[in-house]
Design a protein around this ligand. Structure first.
Ligand SMILES: [Zn+2]
Length: 78
């Protein structure tokens, strides 16, 4: 699983072909996560800008870690 930097914008993310994000609870012991369609956020928004806006619905922790949902890499022998 590729580890994308979190300072990327939604535009950067869409450049990679990804259309969805996964929002992880900030508490690693909880590790609750949800995937969301990224279409609602504008291109210039950074993924890191919306991380503080989420609150975990399981443990109540405020804040989150957001990644883009990886698209399958285009690999092959041609
Ligand atoms: Zn949680």
């Amino acid at each position: 699983m590729q580890d994308y930097p979190t300072k990327i914008t939604f535009d950067d993310m869409r450049e990679t072909g990804a259309t969805r994000i996964i929002v992880f609870c900030k508490d690693y012991r909880c590790s609750h996560n949800v995937t969301m369609d990224a279409a609602r956020w504008p291109d210039e928004m950074r993924l890191s800008d919306i991380e503080p806006k989420f609150r975990c619905t399981v443990c109540g922790q405020r804040g989150s870690n957001i990644r883009s949902v990886d698209v399958p890499p285009r690999m092959g022998t041609g």
